[in-house]
Design a protein around this ligand. Structure first.
Ligand code: CO
Length: 308
């Protein structure tokens, strides 16, 4: 077994996005554009509704998956597939934008803080124009592994001690774990060799890796990029620690990003912007709806674009 070591540490950048939401962004910045296949990592956390109530009004996505995980507070959501609901504490929304979706993400005030994360995972070229899909994963369906030493791991995706995560059948084979370590607690988690892996420490202080002479110290709030290996070993310091462990298969494909779209070439971005201008993007997104009774069904979910 080769332990993964920290190869870089990123301090989140304060940004405003959407209609003025304050965020801490660790991926999709000048410092770190992407970490194949992760194209965005946002942490939203605030006690002041003025910092988040403006939300993210209706906007498009194409070519990626967006994963929203809430710790506290709630976000009202609706999209062009006809889905609508509220993502609350502990809930996950795994949204495959594929060839196109329009959605709205509006945080709601109180009762306590708003706390959560959004991650974008890139789709491979052959799946970029796949029909959009929306998976609502309520907190109760996310397994939690608790150990006698007081460690708790919520398994959003991946596997911990034989327990499979709630979200499956995702191309990148992702691991998405929410780990709470007691003071002095130890996490030893196998991660597939070759997968990109990162830790996002948002509480406490940990040591990563146990190799001689000793591991590297990481303090909240930081994103740590891990080098290759089979195992992630994290030791909490004198206080409890909380972190996300994310890993996924890198794509090794060319990427062209423009705002909420990640495609392979600048031409595909131009085509997407053209569709937005002439109104056909929304129609492409709506074509993913199940055929309605009496509908012509000529452009069902399995239909490919004419030009591809
Ligand atoms: Co969005």
């Amino acid at each position: 077994m080769i332990e993964r070591a920290i190869v870089d540490v990123v301090t989140p950048t304060p940004v405003r996005d959407g209609a003025g939401v304050r965020l801490r962004r660790s991926i999709a910045t000048e410092r770190l554009d992407h970490l194949d296949p992760f194209f965005l990592f946002d942490h939203f956390g605030s006690e002041d509704p003025a910092e988040y109530l403006a939300g993210f009004p209706m906007h498009p996505h194409r070519g990626i998956e967006t994963i929203t995980y809430m710790l506290d507070g709630s976000v009202a959501h609706r999209d062009s597939l006809g889905n609508a609901g509220v993502i609350g504490p502990g809930d996950v929304q795994w949204m495959t934008a594929g060839r196109g979706i329009l959605h709205e993400e509006m945080p709601r005030a109180g009762p306590r803080r708003l706390d959560g994360f959004q991650v974008w995972v890139n789709l491979p070229a052959r799946l970029k124009m796949t029909p959009p899909r929306y998976q609502d994963v309520p907190a109760a369906s996310i397994p939690e592994v608790a150990t006698p030493d007081g460690k708790r791991i919520r398994v959003v995706a991946g596997e911990v001690e034989g327990i499979a995560g709630a979200v499956r059948e995702i191309f990148a084979g992702p691991t998405y774990l929410d780990v709470a370590l007691p003071a002095g607690g130890l996490l030893e988690q196998p991660v597939a060799r070759g997968h990109t892996a990162l830790l996002y420490l948002f509480q406490g202080e940990v040591t990563v890796g146990g190799a001689a002479p000793r591991g590297a110290v990481l303090r909240a709030t930081r994103l740590a990029i891990l080098g290759d290996g089979d195992l992630v070993r994290v030791h909490a310091g004198a206080a409890p620690a909380r972190l996300l462990l994310l890993a996924a298969q890198p794509l090794h494909e060319p990427a062209a990003r423009w705002g909420p779209f990640v495609m392979n070439t600048p031409e595909e971005i131009e085509e997407t912007l053209r569709e937005l201008r002439d109104g056909t993007f929304a129609r492409a997104a709506q074509r993913a709806e199940p055929p309605r009774p009496g509908g012509d069904g000529a452009e069902g979910p399995g239909q490919r674009r004419r030009d591809r």
